[in-house]
Design a protein around this ligand. Structure first.
Ligand SMILES: [Zn+2]
Length: 377
């Protein structure tokens, strides 16, 4: 047996240790790479990010690279569980830890924060995203012309708001957004920038979107964590008895699904029109264009025991003028909504998400939201 076969076999053994079966940084299963300077097992995507910080991390393939004996022993002594207790000793509860489904910017900043800046290695560090206020310039997409222009944004924990100003020294903000209505999600594809952030919020109970980016990945990730820190503070005041575990899911969250479907109007005799749909928890919003500032409409999806359902197909006799044939019917206590999808796999994927939502138990806040929707429509 050659030295390298011996190393490969030993590494395979070490992979059996608890914690080593998933990437140390994003949780993807079956990591195929290792950092022989940090002592962690990571996935292919994360190994690419580690390669960008060569002073700190030296990555090797578990099956193809040559491993020295002392490197194998180092991996055996350390490993994902022990290194997590070192590099993630003091991650703030509101800090968003990305998964393998998240964008490159989020994963890269998480890896740099952990190993390069060692932000979480010891408690008591002062995070810029935890100062209760943040004031800076972001590039914001213009509502009408789609051009990105620099705008001043000010986040305030004391006021519970995010404001933006069209001129740096302007007295009056262009918008005042209440932090408890914000959802902020990384949307590089839609925005066309690797650091693109979509900020969705409610104004007068209707959904608005703004699209921003910053050239520096750390800046935009710090903004998103600063919003989460202020939101957690707000929720702790609003719900004094609640635990962190109850409050953290109420901070910014990824959309469950987005994509195009066709829909009819309420009479169901109008033609099917192609719209962009966003499913955010129980709210199904639709837009003419993925980058629209305003939702054209929203559907609240309650629990199946209260008259909500989603099923494949369209009612008999529906005149399907659109190009798409894979129907979905959503029933709410008020009316039915008819949609069509481009392919059967899209139809199945939407239905899976709708089923998950209508089968889930509703929280008290969701009952409040349902009542607001009824009032509005
Ligand atoms: Zn990974």
């Amino acid at each position: 047996m050659s030295a390298n076969e011996r190393a490969t076999r030993a590494l395979r053994e070490i992979l059996q240790n608890p914690g080593n079966d998933a990437c140390a940084d994003c949780g993807a299963p079956d990591p195929g790479w290792g950092s022989c300077t940090l002592g962690v097992f990571i996935c292919l995507d994360c190994s690419g990010i580690h390669r960008n910080i060569p002073d700190i991390s030296k990555v090797k393939s578990l099956s193809l690279s040559h491993w020295e004996d002392h490197e194998v022993q180092f991996m055996a002594r350390n490993g994902n569980e022990l290194m997590r207790s070192k590099y993630e000793a003091a991650v703030p509860v509101y800090y968003y830890k990305p998964t393998h489904k998240d964008c490159q910017t989020l994963r890269e900043q998480w890896i740099r924060a952990k190993y390069e800046r060692k932000e979480f290695s010891e408690p008591g560090k002062n995070f810029t995203y935890e100062e209760g206020t943040r004031d800076g310039v972001l590039m914001k997409r213009g509502r009408d012309n789609g051009q990105f222009l620099s705008r001043r944004f000010v986040l305030s924990e004391r006021e519970g708001t995010l404001k933006y100003f069209t001129k740096y020294d302007a007295k009056e903000p262009k918008a005042v957004i209440k932090v408890d209505t914000i959802n902020a999600t990384f949307q590089h594809e839609k925005i066309g920038n690797p650091n693109g952030l979509q900020i969705t919020y409610l104004k007068d109970y209707s959904t608005r979107n703004i699209f921003v980016y910053h050239d520096n990945g750390k800046e935009i990730v710090d903004w998103s964590n600063a919003i989460r820190a202020v939101q957690l503070h707000y929720l702790k005041v609003a719900f004094p008895g609640a635990t962190d575990a109850e409050l953290v899911p109420k901070l910014t969250r990824n959309f469950l699904k987005e994509g195009f479907m066709e829909k009819t109007g309420p009479k169901q005799t109008e033609g099917f029109k192609k719209r962009w749909f966003t499913l955010d928890q129980r709210r199904l919003m639709y837009f003419k264009d993925p980058l629209d500032a305003f939702a054209k409409g929203e559907v609240f999806l309650g629990n199946k025991d209260h008259g909500y359902s989603a099923s494949p197909g369209l009612p008999a006799g529906t005149h399907c003028n659109g190009a798409w044939q894979h129907g979905i019917t959503i029933k709410t206590p008020e009316r039915s909504f008819l949609f069509t999808c481009e392919s059967e796999s899209e139809q199945q994927d939407w239905l899976k998400h709708f089923d998950d939502v209508v089968n889930a138990v509703m929280s008290p806040q969701e009952y409040t939201m349902e009542a607001l929707f009824r009032h509005r429509h």
